[in-house]
Design a protein around this ligand. Structure first.
Ligand code: AMP
Ligand code: MG
Length: 356
């Protein structure tokens, strides 16, 4: 019977040596594993295939790379693809064409947004742009003017402003721009897993910059993965991941800048228009990568005060959240599955309190 208490453990000041060793052990491809790598969605994608025919695996990886590049182009908020075209039309107060695939995806995003109470909100593209996080080449150096943030929030963002009919999409608010940055990687990982399965690959892991989903096993044991430490190098925890499961993490270390002693990162709270402040990292384990991706973004915004309710609304049972003060909180289900990589020399108290 697992403990129903959530854990609270300090993560600051943990030496990273043990974590690095664990990461190496968890992630180094073994002889039976063939690894394919490419860049997509601004991150390194690894496809590790266990024991399958090398030629079959190479074909699958090439297919997936082509698919990811196409999705990246189609779903870039400011590029020449479908989403960029839609966003430019919204700004002019016009409608834009939308195909069935993207319409279906936006329907799914809308239902996740609703379930998260609007904390996952793919309509905040202009805010992301205002903060300077949509520029793939350059990092921002200072926060935007507060009046400009307020002006963007004035009419209210949210998927409820969008209408799709007869192959066209319209927005009732010209300040809305679609940004699928919190969701697209998950959708892509699900599609990669589908493709691998369709080609007959029975044991593989698709890992897009630490966000992943697995098929089958690593020989006679499950796939084992590490979760990145949000402050040190290496991993903070390890996890065995079973067939079809995905593990997604959102952290404030992925894209950020420091200004006057404060960190400003890329996960925005749609209620304030500012970077969310209630967490530094959130990880979920769930069967569907797309839902997991949207959920970690929403749970990050919810922060340590509200994540339990949002997790329940999104159907997420396995959650770990590292709060702004560096303490780990997790659901009992996640506690049962995950092994924290604890440094033996850490003499700080590990259990600092319960959250009943
Ligand atoms: P993730 O790393 O999955 O949490 O996604 C972060 C990315 O999603 C950001 O770079 C933005 O493009 C976008 N984003 C930021 N804040 C939100 C939010 N509250 N809801 C939905 N997408 C967001
Ligand atoms: Mg996400």
């Amino acid at each position: 019977m697992p403990s129903r208490r959530a854990l609270r453990i300090s993560v600051y000041g943990i030496p990273t040596l043990f974590a690095c060793l664990a990461l190496a052990a968890a992630c180094a491809p073994r002889e039976e594993v063939t690894r394919f790598q490419f860049l997509a969605f601004g991150t390194l994608v690894d496809i590790d295939v266990y024991g399958a025919d090398r030629e079959l695996a190479a074909r699958a990886a090439a297919d997936i790379e082509t698919c990811f590049q196409a999705l990246h182009r189609d779903w870039h908020p400011w590029g020449d693809g479908a989403l960029g075209t839609i966003n430019r039309a919204f700004a002019r107060g016009e409608t834009a064409p939308i195909d069935a695939d993207l319409a279906g995806l936006l329907g799914e995003a809308a239902s996740l947004s609703r379930a998260s109470g609007g904390l996952f909100d793919p309509t905040l593209g202009r805010l992301v742009d205002l903060w300077g996080f949509s520029d793939d080449e350059q990092s921002p150096v200072a926060p935007p003017d507060a009046a400009r943030i307020r002006a963007l929030l004035d009419e209210g963002l949210g998927m409820q402003h969008l209408r799709i009919a007869d192959g066209r999409i319209a927005s009732s608010n010209p300040d809305i721009a679609l940004d699928l940055g919190g969701f697209a990687k998950g959708v892509a990982v699900d599609r990669a897993v589908e493709r691998l399965r369709a080609l007959g690959v029975r044991n593989a892991i698709v890992n897009a910059g630490g966000d992943l989903r697995v098929i089958g096993r690593h020989g006679d044991r499950p796939w084992r993965i590490g979760i990145r430490h949000p402050r040190g190098k290496g991993v903070i925890a390890e996890l065995e991941v079973h067939d079809g499961e995905s593990v997604f993490t959102s952290g404030d270390y992925e894209r950020y800048f420091d200004y006057q002693g404060r960190r400003y990162h890329h996960i925005l709270d749609p209620r304030t228009g500012e970077p969310a402040t209630g967490a530094i990292s959130v990880t979920v384990l769930h069967r569907n990568a797309a839902r997991a991706d949207a959920a970690v973004t929403a749970l990050f915004v919810a922060g340590s005060k509200a994540w339990r309710n949002v997790a329940a609304a999104l159907g997420m049972t396995h959650v770990m959240l590292i709060g702004a003060d560096g303490h780990i909180e997790m659901s009992p289900e996640m506690h049962e599955r995950l092994r924290l990589v604890q440094p033996a020399l850490d003499d700080r108290p590990r259990i600092a309190g319960d959250f009943a």
